[in-house]
Design a binder for this molecule. Structure first.
Ligand code: HEM
Length: 242
Protein backbone atom coordinates (compact mmCIF):
# COMPACT_ATOMS: atom_id res chain seq x y z
CA UNK A 1 0.00 0.00 0.00
CA UNK A 2 1.29 3.44 -0.88
CA UNK A 3 1.77 5.88 2.01
CA UNK A 4 0.73 9.55 1.92
CA UNK A 5 3.96 10.75 0.28
CA UNK A 6 3.98 7.96 -2.27
CA UNK A 7 0.29 8.24 -3.19
CA UNK A 8 0.60 11.98 -3.82
CA UNK A 9 4.11 11.70 -5.30
CA UNK A 10 5.17 14.47 -2.97
CA UNK A 11 8.91 13.96 -3.42
CA UNK A 12 8.49 14.66 -7.10
CA UNK A 13 5.95 17.45 -6.61
CA UNK A 14 8.05 19.32 -4.05
CA UNK A 15 11.20 19.03 -6.15
CA UNK A 16 9.57 20.97 -8.99
CA UNK A 17 9.95 24.47 -7.51
CA UNK A 18 13.42 25.51 -8.60
CA UNK A 19 14.04 29.25 -8.23
CA UNK A 20 16.64 30.59 -10.65
CA UNK A 21 17.45 33.88 -8.96
CA UNK A 22 18.71 34.59 -5.47
CA UNK A 23 15.35 36.16 -4.54
CA UNK A 24 13.74 33.13 -2.93
CA UNK A 25 11.07 35.02 -0.95
CA UNK A 26 9.81 36.53 -4.23
CA UNK A 27 10.44 33.74 -6.70
CA UNK A 28 9.04 30.85 -4.66
CA UNK A 29 5.51 32.32 -4.36
CA UNK A 30 5.71 33.40 -8.02
CA UNK A 31 6.47 29.81 -9.10
CA UNK A 32 3.99 28.20 -6.68
CA UNK A 33 1.07 30.44 -7.74
CA UNK A 34 1.73 29.62 -11.40
CA UNK A 35 2.08 25.89 -10.76
CA UNK A 36 -1.01 25.74 -8.57
CA UNK A 37 -2.92 27.70 -11.23
CA UNK A 38 -1.93 25.09 -13.80
CA UNK A 39 -3.20 22.33 -11.47
CA UNK A 40 -6.53 24.15 -11.14
CA UNK A 41 -6.60 24.57 -14.95
CA UNK A 42 -6.19 20.78 -15.15
CA UNK A 43 -9.24 20.22 -12.96
CA UNK A 44 -11.25 22.79 -14.92
CA UNK A 45 -10.40 21.04 -18.20
CA UNK A 46 -11.52 17.72 -16.74
CA UNK A 47 -14.84 19.21 -15.60
CA UNK A 48 -15.47 21.17 -18.81
CA UNK A 49 -14.89 17.91 -20.70
CA UNK A 50 -17.30 16.15 -18.35
CA UNK A 51 -19.91 18.86 -18.90
CA UNK A 52 -19.45 18.56 -22.67
CA UNK A 53 -19.96 14.78 -22.54
CA UNK A 54 -23.03 15.26 -20.33
CA UNK A 55 -24.59 17.72 -22.80
CA UNK A 56 -23.88 15.32 -25.66
CA UNK A 57 -25.72 12.65 -23.64
CA UNK A 58 -28.63 15.09 -23.03
CA UNK A 59 -27.91 15.00 -19.30
CA UNK A 60 -28.29 18.69 -18.41
CA UNK A 61 -28.27 17.99 -14.66
CA UNK A 62 -24.84 16.34 -14.82
CA UNK A 63 -23.55 19.21 -16.97
CA UNK A 64 -24.67 21.76 -14.36
CA UNK A 65 -22.99 19.78 -11.55
CA UNK A 66 -19.67 19.72 -13.44
CA UNK A 67 -19.94 23.43 -14.34
CA UNK A 68 -20.69 24.30 -10.75
CA UNK A 69 -17.34 22.81 -9.69
CA UNK A 70 -15.64 24.72 -12.50
CA UNK A 71 -17.08 27.89 -10.98
CA UNK A 72 -15.75 27.04 -7.50
CA UNK A 73 -12.27 26.34 -8.88
CA UNK A 74 -12.37 29.64 -10.75
CA UNK A 75 -13.02 31.43 -7.46
CA UNK A 76 -9.91 29.80 -6.00
CA UNK A 77 -7.89 30.82 -9.05
CA UNK A 78 -8.99 34.44 -8.67
CA UNK A 79 -8.15 34.48 -4.95
CA UNK A 80 -4.58 33.39 -5.59
CA UNK A 81 -3.67 36.81 -6.97
CA UNK A 82 -3.44 38.15 -3.40
CA UNK A 83 -0.07 36.35 -3.27
CA UNK A 84 1.10 38.14 -6.42
CA UNK A 85 0.01 41.45 -4.85
CA UNK A 86 2.20 40.62 -1.83
CA UNK A 87 5.37 40.38 -3.94
CA UNK A 88 7.60 43.26 -2.83
CA UNK A 89 7.70 46.41 -4.98
CA UNK A 90 10.30 45.76 -7.67
CA UNK A 91 10.20 42.03 -6.91
CA UNK A 92 8.93 40.99 -10.33
CA UNK A 93 11.57 43.23 -11.95
CA UNK A 94 14.21 41.18 -10.15
CA UNK A 95 12.80 37.93 -11.61
CA UNK A 96 12.25 39.26 -15.10
CA UNK A 97 15.75 38.58 -16.52
CA UNK A 98 15.40 34.90 -15.52
CA UNK A 99 12.08 34.65 -17.41
CA UNK A 100 13.44 35.96 -20.70
CA UNK A 101 10.53 35.83 -23.15
CA UNK A 102 8.59 33.19 -21.18
CA UNK A 103 4.99 34.23 -20.47
CA UNK A 104 1.97 32.43 -19.04
CA UNK A 105 0.19 33.62 -22.19
CA UNK A 106 1.82 30.47 -23.64
CA UNK A 107 -0.13 28.27 -21.20
CA UNK A 108 -1.40 25.31 -23.22
CA UNK A 109 -4.04 24.44 -20.65
CA UNK A 110 -5.42 28.00 -20.66
CA UNK A 111 -5.84 27.68 -24.44
CA UNK A 112 -7.64 24.35 -23.99
CA UNK A 113 -10.09 25.94 -21.52
CA UNK A 114 -10.88 28.66 -24.08
CA UNK A 115 -11.30 26.06 -26.83
CA UNK A 116 -13.61 23.87 -24.75
CA UNK A 117 -15.75 26.86 -23.74
CA UNK A 118 -16.77 28.18 -27.17
CA UNK A 119 -15.93 27.99 -30.87
CA UNK A 120 -12.57 29.60 -31.78
CA UNK A 121 -14.04 32.85 -33.10
CA UNK A 122 -15.95 33.42 -29.86
CA UNK A 123 -19.07 33.24 -31.99
CA UNK A 124 -20.43 30.03 -33.41
CA UNK A 125 -19.12 27.12 -35.47
CA UNK A 126 -20.69 24.64 -37.84
CA UNK A 127 -22.37 21.95 -35.79
CA UNK A 128 -20.71 18.55 -35.58
CA UNK A 129 -21.54 15.66 -33.32
CA UNK A 130 -20.18 15.19 -30.76
CA UNK A 131 -19.61 18.90 -30.22
CA UNK A 132 -16.10 20.10 -29.47
CA UNK A 133 -17.11 23.04 -27.30
CA UNK A 134 -19.79 23.76 -24.72
CA UNK A 135 -21.63 26.43 -26.69
CA UNK A 136 -22.10 24.16 -29.70
CA UNK A 137 -23.04 21.29 -27.36
CA UNK A 138 -25.73 23.48 -25.77
CA UNK A 139 -27.14 24.42 -29.19
CA UNK A 140 -27.24 20.78 -30.32
CA UNK A 141 -28.87 19.65 -27.07
CA UNK A 142 -31.49 22.39 -27.47
CA UNK A 143 -32.12 21.29 -31.06
CA UNK A 144 -32.72 17.73 -29.91
CA UNK A 145 -35.18 19.14 -27.36
CA UNK A 146 -37.11 20.73 -30.23
CA UNK A 147 -35.76 24.30 -30.12
CA UNK A 148 -34.60 26.05 -33.26
CA UNK A 149 -30.98 26.78 -32.35
CA UNK A 150 -28.93 27.29 -35.54
CA UNK A 151 -25.19 27.38 -34.87
CA UNK A 152 -24.22 29.53 -37.86
CA UNK A 153 -22.43 32.82 -37.28
CA UNK A 154 -25.01 35.01 -39.07
CA UNK A 155 -27.38 37.76 -37.84
CA UNK A 156 -30.39 35.71 -38.92
CA UNK A 157 -29.21 32.67 -36.93
CA UNK A 158 -28.41 34.87 -33.91
CA UNK A 159 -31.93 36.36 -33.98
CA UNK A 160 -33.46 32.87 -34.05
CA UNK A 161 -31.19 31.74 -31.20
CA UNK A 162 -32.28 34.75 -29.15
CA UNK A 163 -35.96 33.76 -29.59
CA UNK A 164 -35.20 30.16 -28.60
CA UNK A 165 -33.11 31.20 -25.60
CA UNK A 166 -35.95 33.40 -24.32
CA UNK A 167 -38.21 30.39 -24.64
CA UNK A 168 -35.68 28.18 -22.82
CA UNK A 169 -35.43 30.67 -19.95
CA UNK A 170 -39.21 31.02 -19.86
CA UNK A 171 -39.56 27.23 -19.47
CA UNK A 172 -37.06 27.47 -16.55
CA UNK A 173 -36.08 23.81 -17.03
CA UNK A 174 -32.72 22.01 -17.07
CA UNK A 175 -31.53 23.81 -20.22
CA UNK A 176 -32.03 27.20 -18.55
CA UNK A 177 -29.93 25.93 -15.64
CA UNK A 178 -27.16 25.02 -18.10
CA UNK A 179 -27.35 28.53 -19.62
CA UNK A 180 -26.94 30.09 -16.18
CA UNK A 181 -24.05 27.76 -15.30
CA UNK A 182 -22.36 28.84 -18.55
CA UNK A 183 -22.84 32.51 -17.65
CA UNK A 184 -21.27 31.75 -14.24
CA UNK A 185 -18.27 30.23 -16.02
CA UNK A 186 -18.02 33.14 -18.46
CA UNK A 187 -18.32 35.77 -15.73
CA UNK A 188 -15.74 34.04 -13.53
CA UNK A 189 -13.33 33.82 -16.44
CA UNK A 190 -13.74 37.54 -17.22
CA UNK A 191 -13.24 38.26 -13.51
CA UNK A 192 -10.06 36.17 -13.55
CA UNK A 193 -8.80 38.20 -16.53
CA UNK A 194 -9.63 41.48 -14.75
CA UNK A 195 -8.04 40.37 -11.47
CA UNK A 196 -4.95 39.16 -13.33
CA UNK A 197 -4.70 42.52 -15.10
CA UNK A 198 -4.94 44.39 -11.76
CA UNK A 199 -2.16 42.20 -10.33
CA UNK A 200 -0.08 42.82 -13.46
CA UNK A 201 -0.63 46.60 -13.24
CA UNK A 202 0.69 46.48 -9.67
CA UNK A 203 3.82 44.60 -10.73
CA UNK A 204 4.78 46.16 -14.07
CA UNK A 205 2.68 49.33 -14.49
CA UNK A 206 2.58 50.18 -18.18
CA UNK A 207 5.69 48.20 -19.15
CA UNK A 208 5.38 45.57 -21.92
CA UNK A 209 4.91 41.89 -21.01
CA UNK A 210 7.69 39.30 -21.15
CA UNK A 211 5.68 37.63 -23.93
CA UNK A 212 6.07 40.72 -26.12
CA UNK A 213 2.61 42.30 -25.81
CA UNK A 214 1.92 45.88 -24.73
CA UNK A 215 1.12 44.44 -21.27
CA UNK A 216 -1.82 46.09 -19.52
CA UNK A 217 -3.35 47.57 -22.70
CA UNK A 218 -3.34 44.10 -24.25
CA UNK A 219 -4.87 42.52 -21.15
CA UNK A 220 -7.59 45.21 -20.96
CA UNK A 221 -8.55 44.27 -24.51
CA UNK A 222 -8.60 40.56 -23.59
CA UNK A 223 -10.95 41.00 -20.63
CA UNK A 224 -13.75 42.24 -22.88
CA UNK A 225 -13.86 38.75 -24.45
CA UNK A 226 -17.06 36.77 -23.76
CA UNK A 227 -17.50 33.04 -24.39
CA UNK A 228 -21.29 33.34 -24.72
CA UNK A 229 -22.25 36.73 -26.23
CA UNK A 230 -25.75 35.40 -27.04
CA UNK A 231 -26.44 34.66 -23.37
CA UNK A 232 -25.32 38.14 -22.28
CA UNK A 233 -27.27 39.80 -25.10
CA UNK A 234 -30.68 38.39 -24.19
CA UNK A 235 -30.54 39.21 -20.50
CA UNK A 236 -32.19 42.60 -20.84
CA UNK A 237 -35.18 40.92 -22.49
CA UNK A 238 -35.67 38.33 -19.75
CA UNK A 239 -38.57 38.71 -17.36
CA UNK A 240 -38.98 36.77 -14.17
CA UNK A 241 -41.91 34.42 -14.06
CA UNK A 242 -42.48 34.41 -10.31
C1 HEM B 1 3.89 39.01 -11.50
C2 HEM B 1 2.87 38.32 -11.95
C3 HEM B 1 2.39 38.38 -13.38
C4 HEM B 1 2.69 39.26 -14.37
C5 HEM B 1 3.61 40.50 -14.31
C6 HEM B 1 1.97 38.83 -15.54
C7 HEM B 1 2.01 39.49 -16.76
C8 HEM B 1 1.30 39.10 -17.88
C9 HEM B 1 1.29 39.83 -19.13
C10 HEM B 1 1.97 41.17 -19.38
C11 HEM B 1 0.55 39.11 -20.01
C12 HEM B 1 0.31 39.43 -21.50
C13 HEM B 1 1.23 38.57 -22.35
C14 HEM B 1 2.69 39.00 -22.24
O1 HEM B 1 3.08 39.95 -22.93
O2 HEM B 1 3.44 38.36 -21.49
C15 HEM B 1 0.06 37.94 -19.31
C16 HEM B 1 -0.78 36.99 -19.85
C17 HEM B 1 -1.24 35.89 -19.16
N1 HEM B 1 -0.91 35.53 -17.88
FE1 HEM B 1 0.12 36.63 -16.55
N2 HEM B 1 1.25 37.71 -15.25
C18 HEM B 1 1.48 37.39 -13.93
C19 HEM B 1 0.95 36.33 -13.22
C20 HEM B 1 0.18 35.32 -13.79
C21 HEM B 1 -0.28 34.16 -13.08
C22 HEM B 1 -0.07 33.85 -11.59
C23 HEM B 1 -0.95 33.40 -13.97
C24 HEM B 1 -1.58 32.07 -13.69
C25 HEM B 1 -1.35 31.02 -14.47
C26 HEM B 1 -0.91 34.08 -15.25
C27 HEM B 1 -1.48 33.64 -16.42
C28 HEM B 1 -1.54 34.36 -17.60
C29 HEM B 1 -2.32 33.95 -18.74
C30 HEM B 1 -3.18 32.68 -18.85
C31 HEM B 1 -2.17 34.92 -19.71
C32 HEM B 1 -2.90 35.00 -21.05
C33 HEM B 1 -4.19 35.82 -20.75
C34 HEM B 1 -5.13 36.02 -21.92
O3 HEM B 1 -4.74 35.74 -23.07
O4 HEM B 1 -6.27 36.49 -21.70
N3 HEM B 1 -0.23 35.25 -15.09
N4 HEM B 1 0.55 37.96 -18.02
Amino acid sequence: MAGYHEYLELDQLLSLQRPRTGHLATELPFIVVHQVSELWFKLIIEDLGGALDALDADDAGAAVRRLSRVHEVERLLIDQFVLIDRLPPGGFGALRPALGTASAAESRQFAVIERLSCPPSGGTAPAGHPAEDLWTALCLHAQRDGYEMPTEDTDKAAAQRARSLLDIYWQAGPLAAVCEALVDHDQAFCTWRQRHAMAVARQIGNAPGTGGTSGLTYLEHRWTRRFYPDLWAIRADLQISG
